[in-house]
Design a protein around this ligand. Sequence first.
Ligand code: FMN
Length: 168
Amino acid sequence: MKNVGIFYGSSTGNTESAAEQIQKEFGEDIAHIYDVTDASSKDIEQYSNLIFGSSTWGIGDMQDDFDVFLSKIQKANLKDKKVAIFGFGDQDTYSDSFVDAIGLIYKALENKVCEVVGKIPTDGYEYDESKAEIDGQFVGLPLDEENQSNLSDERITKWVEQLKNQFN
Ligand SMILES: Cc1cc2nc3c(=O)[nH]c(=O)nc-3n(C[C@H](O)[C@H](O)[C@H](O)COP(=O)(O)O)c2cc1C
């Protein structure tokens, strides 16, 4: 498998911890990790496979640093790249905007020539509305530290196995 760049925005450390676990599961030799506050379009372009991670804040907003980083994704050449998205949210307190950031990142990639992989079924989550749900599936991996922290490890492991089959 070709190299993997993991770019995350995290306010209280949840998305950061998951990004580190994802890196470990791919292996630190092929997967590199970036806090988006220190990352550029050139950093993005180095990788054949990309993982973007953002928690959701406000009511359905992207995490602040990731919001700024989005313009760098827009400027980057993503031709032939595979992209996967993950993010933290709270399906109980924010049931109408659960992990919306995943959906916002997906929408931002729609006009780019890359392929989004790592979509998963919505089974096992309980929420009212999510911009991350498109055509009956999540367009990335939702994680929920507030309500389902016990499921995160196995969700990440399963998702990384899926990505190993879908990445370049
Ligand atoms: C003020 C506030 C607003 C939030 N808004 C949302 C939201 O709209 N949708 C959602 O799914 N989660 C929301 N959350 C939950 C966070 O996304 C969650 O706590 C997440 O684990 C934070 O991840 P981070 O530490 O990587 O930033 C909110 C949390 C707070 C405290």
